[in-house]
Structure formats: structure tokens, C-alpha cells
Design a protein around this ligand. Structure first.
Ligand SMILES: [Cu+2]
Length: 162
């Protein structure tokens, strides 16, 4: 549930920041996003993790997996997200990529997030009963799928079979 805490914190932060952030920015910006850059702290884990987004009638599903033996490292990553969230809740401002901002907006719009831990990682399901929010979730999911495909094409790595 740690990711929930971080995302909730993100929503709180965005409430403060308002929607003056309309300017188009990179959807995925691992280096400059206060939340995403945690991913780069452990490059070995980053290169071995797999992450995919899927859309369906009621919203989106994100599947994160890591190989055997990486659980401790992954838990550490989750803890760093949580620490980041705590800082935001304490009022610290940090730069966010478009995806993380959008995530916060979804949370603020009342999107429901369920997280299920599996043997090999996490499955996150984001849904809503409100068709308008479902549309927002689908837009977020489709954009993420597109941008991630571009990101993997540009970076080569991270799209390998185990
Ligand atoms: Cu980000």
C-alpha cells in the first residue's frame, strides 16, 4: 500500500499547486521528476523491472514485475516513493513529469486505485464508476502506453524477455 501513500501525497501536493501547470511538459521525465527519479537510484533494478500499462472498459491496469531476488530492492524503491510522498505532504515542492501530475489529478478526481501484490510484483487497477473519470483514466493510460513505447524505442533497454 506504500505506493498509495505516495500517490495520495501527490494529490495533496497538486491541490496546493492548482492547475496552473497547463503548459505542456514531458510525459515521462525520469531525470527531472521528483517522483520518477527514485527509479534511477538503483539502475540494476530499473533495468530488470518490467512495467506495462493496459486499458480496458472500466479504466487501466498497470503491471510491474521484477525477477526473483529483487524483492528487497523493489521494497526499497517503494520506500523511497513513500519518503518522497511524505516530503510533499510536509509542503516541499518538487518538479513533476506530466505522467505523475496526471496521476495526481486522477486521484483528486476520485479514481479508485486497487493494488494487488503478486509473487513477482504488483498489479495496480485504476477504475471509476463515473464515466467522465473513466475517460480521464483511459486518456492517461493511452498516453502512457504511447509515451512508454517511444521511451523504450529511444532507450533501447528495458524491453527484454526474461
Ligand atoms: Cu514522474
Amino acid at each position: 500500500m506504500k505506493k498509495n501513500v505516495a500517490m495520495l501525497a501527490l494529490a495533496v501536493m497538486l491541490l496546493g499547486a492548482g492547475s496552473a501547470l497547463a503548459a505542456e511538459k514531458a510525459w515521462l521525465d525520469l531525470e527531472n521528476c521528483g517522483m520518477c527519479k527514485n527509479l534511477l537510484a538503483d539502475m540494476d533494478l530499473f533495468e530488470h523491472m518490467n512495467w506495462s500499462t493496459h486499458v480496458f472498459s472500466a479504466g487501466m491496469i498497470e503491471v510491474t514485475t521484477y525477477p526473483d531476488g529483487y524483492k528487497d530492492r523493489f521494497d526499497k524503491l517503494m520506500a523511497s516513493f513513500e519518503a518522497c510522498g511524505a516530503k510533499m505532504m510536509a509542503g516541499e515542492q518538487m518538479p513533476m513529469c506530466g505522467m505523475c501530475e496526471s496521476y495526481g489529478q486522477l486521484m483528486m478526481s476520485g479514481a479508485k486505485m486497487d493494488q494487488v501484490q503478486t509473487k513477482a510484483g504488483w498489479v495496480t487497477v485504476m477504475t471509476s464508476q463515473d464515466p467522465k473519470v473513466v475517460e480521464m483514466i483511459l486518456a492517461h493510460g493511452r498516453r502512457t502506453i504511447d509515451e512508454y513505447a517511444k521511451f523504450t524505442a529511444a532507450n533501447g533497454a528495458h524491453d527484454h524477455a526474461h
